[in-house]
Design a protein around this ligand. Structure first.
Ligand code: SF4
Ligand code: SF4
Length: 356
């Protein structure tokens, strides 16, 4: 049976407030929070956006969503995890201050922020899964304590996974530091010495201190490199190259297996909401110049992370009239969906229900 995915269409650059109101209305009309019980602790997982990014879902939406959850007498809160790379989101204190600076204050959302992986990103639980790469995965400990979750994801291109949406938000975004590290562990970049300008940007972003400057050119220590791909994404001069053929499959599969762990920890009590607007080549972790690569598509809502992501990439490519890889990174976009299908995780076959 095909999995239902509700589709709220939007016109390009449509006002956020109008869209948020429509999503709220559909959640109410379709009774999509009926799985929430009184006193349930409900984690609302999202991405607060890196410095200078503009694509993330705005705080106003979370106020409306939080009110719907509170109407169920639940105890909702916003949650996130620390990043691997250095910057404003690599520990709980910096990350929360960053979230407040982006407007995710209690005043604006009515929701407290509770970091899922603790002060330093190392509070984790191990969850058993029937994966190809793993039999157990390390995810943020909070997901083992809650009764339900709502995954609010912003669709973007991605340097390793082709695109990032619900599976990526869950697999990478809900993992502990150890879980994130292990997902990145197979990709290995190299520097094109003739092209490198020695600007040093990659050194600033490398989470593993694997890059140094030698004779005004960056150099990667392959023993320290964890394959996170940050250097590739931040280099404006295309001086970083990857052997994609050997890596993207693995990363995409590992993301899916960590998402499986999160779904198992939450006992499947998760509602997924994907925003397909302000779509950029890079994910919301990157500080690169904001540049929209696809006209806005709409918002999807489903109980299945694989169905919603399959519908998301289909709708984005329909809007583009071609492959996402033509305007984003040259990385296949179906690896996450295909691996989920092989593992029997979720359902990539969906029924799109146009709700206007
Ligand atoms: S960001 Fe690119 S150009 Fe700058 S130092 Fe690193 S590899 Fe070289
Ligand atoms: S992929 Fe690049 S940024 Fe990431 S650890 Fe390796 S050298 Fe550092």
């Amino acid at each position: 049976m095909n999995e239902k995915v509700y589709f709220i269409k939007m016109t390009d650059n449509q006002d956020d407030a109008v869209i948020y109101q429509k999503v709220e209305q559909i959640i109410k009309e379709k009774d999509l929070l009926s799985f929430i019980k009184a006193k349930d602790m409900v984690a609302v997982k999202t991405h607060f956006g890196e410095v200078n990014t503009k694509g993330y879902v705005r705080p106003q939406f979370f106020k409306a969503l939080g009110n719907l959850l509170k109407a169920k007498n639940a105890l909702p809160f916003l949650t996130e995890t620390s990043t691997l790379y250095r910057g404003t989101r690599s520990n709980a204190v910096d990350h929360m201050q960053h979230a407040y600076a982006h407007g995710f204050t209690f005043e604006n959302t009515g929701l407290p922020i509770i970091m899922a992986d603790g002060l330093l990103g190392d509070e984790e639980i191990e969850v058993e899964i029937p994966g190809k790469h793993y039999k157990k995965v390390a995810i943020a400990s909070l997901f083992g304590r809650i009764q339900a979750a709502v995954m609010v994801s912003h669709f973007t291109g991605h340097v390793l996974t082709g695109f990032g949406a619900a599976l990526k938000n869950m697999g990478m975004g809900c993992s502990s530091r150890k879980g994130k590290l292990i997902q990145h562990s197979t990709a290995q970049p190299a520097i094109k010495i003739k092209v490198c300008t020695g600007c040093g940007e990659c050194i600033q972003w490398c989470p593993a201190n694997a890059i140094s400057m030698v004779d005004d050119k960056s150099r990667i220590d392959s023993k320290k490199c964890i394959g996170c791909g940050e250097c590739l994404a931040v280099c404006r001069f295309d001086a970083v190259v990857y052997n994609w053929g050997a890596t993207y499959d693995d990363v995409q599969q590992k993301v899916v297996e960590h998402a499986m762990g999160v779904a198992a920890a939450c006992k499947g009590k998760i509602l997924y909401i994907n925003f397909l607007n302000r779509i950029t080549k890079d994910c919301d972790c990157m500080q690169n110049k904001y540049e929209k690569i696809v006209p806005d598509v709409g918002v999807l809502v489903s109980f299945d992370p694989v169905a919603i992501d399959a519908a998301s990439i289909d709708l984005v490519e329909q809007k583009l009239g071609g492959k996402l890889s033509k305007v984003a990174f040259n990385v296949p976009s179906r690896g996450q969906i295909d691996h989920a299908r092989k593992l029997g995780f979720g359902n990539p076959d969906y029924e799109l229900i146009d709700v206007g």
